[in-house]
Design a protein around this ligand. Sequence first.
Ligand SMILES: Nc1nc2c(ncn2[C@@H]2O[C@H](COP(=O)(O)OP(=O)(O)OP(=O)(O)O)[C@@H](O)[C@H]2O)c(=O)[nH]1
Length: 312
Amino acid sequence: MDQSYEFLSFVLDAITESIVVIDPLGEIKYVNRSWSQFGQSNSGTDTSITSNAQNACQTWIGMNYLDVCDNAAAMGDEFGSVAGKGIRGVISEGEDTFYFEYPCHSPNEKRWFTMRVTPLHLECLNYFVISHQDITDRKLAEEKVMSLAKMDGLINIPNRRAFDEFLADEWQRCTRLKKPISLAIIDIDHFKTLNDTYGHQKGDECLIALGTLFQTYVKRPSDLCARYGGEEFILVWGDTLMSHSLKLMNDLLQKIDSLKIPNSDDISNYLTVSIGLTEITPTTSMSEVDIIAQADRMLYEAKRTGRNKVVY
Ligand SMILES: Nc1nc2c(ncn2[C@@H]2O[C@H](COP(=O)(O)OP(=O)(O)OP(=O)(O)O)[C@@H](O)[C@H]2O)c(=O)[nH]1
């Protein structure tokens, strides 16, 4: 029993990896149970190579796996194209193995799989074992880590890293479309005094309250508000003229005034902020560093000339 075909077939059907064996022309010679079930569960709606495989044929043996990849590629599935090229690399160019990870999302859930192709030489014939493994749990955990790495832990808004990536994308988009970008850097005035007077805990609460308020001034997918440093925040609005962003920032100054957060300093008895605001229509000869530097200069001017204002 141990060595029998039946026994080995049970073993292959028991494993969770989905296995397909093809010949050098791509014709499927064997599939295990996991592959059949995987194919069935993918019928219809998504565009992955496996679901396309299922659409193309219900019975696997005799089907051509390379054709399935090519058909999927022709339908615009880039993973079909990568898979086809990778498998051919192992078949014709003698590569030892081919491995890649691909998304295979359905309308209801996100899923990812690996594909590994390995040559198998058996009784003077060449075969190729293609195994697929579900790596959804790992990918979801990676996505979570990635998104946490882009959030500020205290205020729960995007952090500087997220902002830098966002601005780079928005800069490119507005360069292409020749649209203006508005950008504001907001720095809390005499925040050290607030910390020293009321304690760090109160300081934290104040940062959370202000960060949450700043966020209400970004509404579109092309806008973002982030914590840029300790008590410094940054707001960007894609495709926005300063005439509009200036109104927003003046409104913000009034809102902060009405919050009446105690902070006795040389300006008032309440907490205030200074804002450097600028607008640039980016061109290929500039970089996003220019708009930040410009807003930073405006912020410096706001601080130098008395704080509690927008300089633009
Ligand atoms: N509570 C709290 N304080 C912070 C945090 N990050 C930075 N700070 C404080 O922010 C203060 C910034 O001080 P300064 O750079 O001197 O600036 P400032 O007192 O606001 O003075 P100006 O910017 O010149 O108006 C320091 O006391 C930091 O400890 C934080 O996460 N929580």
